[in-house]
Ligand binder design. Structure first.
Ligand code: KG4
Ligand code: ZN
Length: 326
């Protein structure tokens, strides 16, 4: 079964074509350079750039896959969460394709797609797991039982990716902050990480706004080593994710861990998780950590197989605040 998927929830336009579990082609057009001029995402610009790019990206992806429209069996599109108008560009194009080609249309939850991105190109094998989604918009721990995902912890303020982006801004580094902070972390292995306090939470929730303020206050101090502060931030931000994941593993007595989302590209996180031989960790390939349409097509195929979802109508709309578990 061939699925054409569209992802336009934020600042990446992405198209993918999958055949059952396998990705046959995927293209991502990043808008980062355009948004960098403004120091962050400008929603109005994002939707305008999606409409500019989407049709040529669909054509390039079809060419790359050596597939024609007549070979496509279903259309998948990100329904939410994300920026309303950006989502609507993808949904309108998806509805049009579905209508013209007379093929079913499926609306896919972006967060759920991140939760399955570790399995792309394979048959997902595990029933029970603790799932960590760490991205620019979300920081969530969820309990997976079969195809059900239940949120068991989430951030009470900023997401971890947002914290990376805001801390980068404090030091005049470009958006998105995660990759550049990670690069600086690895470039200066000899510089001792500054001790950045991790907030104490009694449950499985996260908090990142205090860490960001700590960085802001300390960045203004004279003679402060900026690389030490940045290194300390990366370790504490990631350690907070790991501490809660470990708590969840203990309280639910499950040692399968699935991760997904832009922040799971982080080298310190991946290294720490790889060293946990007692945990059974499923990580997405780096290519599938950031927003991409392959994860949308892949989850759509799993849903069709499980007969779990049928949004085979042209009436559904963007759901900018879509939750995990809906
Ligand atoms: O999943 P994603 O592409 O978009 C959302 O759904 O939000 O995540 C983007 C986020 C940004 O905040 C970016 O700074 C962060 O992922 N990110 C990283 C790294 N690469 C991207 N954060 C930490 N370390 C990285 N290597
Ligand atoms: Zn995402």
């Amino acid at each position: 079964m061939k699925i054409l998927a569209i992802e336009t929830s934020c600042d990446d336009t992405s198209i993918a074509i999958t055949d059952n579990y396998e990705v046959i082609a995927m293209k991502i057009h990043s808008q980062i350079e355009e948004h960098q001029k403004f120091g962050g995402i400008v929603p109005e610009l994002a939707s305008r750039l999606h409409s500019e790019t989407i049709f040529s990206l669909i054509n390039i992806t079809l060419l790359d896959a050596d597939v024609e429209f007549k070979d496509i069996d279903a259309i998948a599109v990100t329904q939410g969460p994300g920026l309303t108008n950006a989502l609507q560009v993808g949904i309108t194009v998806a509805k049009t394709l579905s209508h013209m080609l007379n093929k079913p249309l499926y609306g896919i939850n972006h967060l759920e797609a991140h939760a399955y991105s570790a399995f792309i190109n394979t048959i997902p094998s595990i029933e029970e797991a603790i799932v960590l989604i760490a991205s620019g918009g979300h920081t969530i721990l969820a309990l997976k039982k079969g195809s059900d995902l239940k949120v068991i912890g989430e951030t009470k303020d900023d997401s971890v990716g947002e914290a990376f982006d805001k801390v980068a801004k404090i030091f005049g580094l470009p958006y998105p902050g995660g990759p550049i902070i990670d690069e600086i972390y690895n470039k200066y292995p000899g510089i001792k990480p500054f001790p950045v306090p991790i907030p104490k939470m009694n449950n499985l929730n996260f908090s990142y706004s205090g860490m960001k303020s700590f960085l802001l206050n300390n960045s203004k101090k004279p003679n402060i080593n900026k690389h030490s502060l940045i290194r300390g931030f990366q370790e504490s931000a990631i350690n907070q994710l790991l501490l809660n994941t470990e708590k969840a593993i203990k309280s639910y007595n499950i040692n399968n861990i699935i991760i997904g989302g832009g922040v799971t590209a982080n080298s310190f996180l991946r290294k720490k998780l790889s060293s946990k031989s007692e945990w059974n960790v499923f990580m997405p390939k780096k290519l599938y950590t950031n927003d991409n349409a392959a994860m949308i097509a892949y989850l759509c195929f799993l849903k069709i197989q499980n007969k779990k979802q049928d949004l085979n109508n042209l009436k559904f709309d963007a759901n900018p605040r879509m939750k995990l578990g809906n």
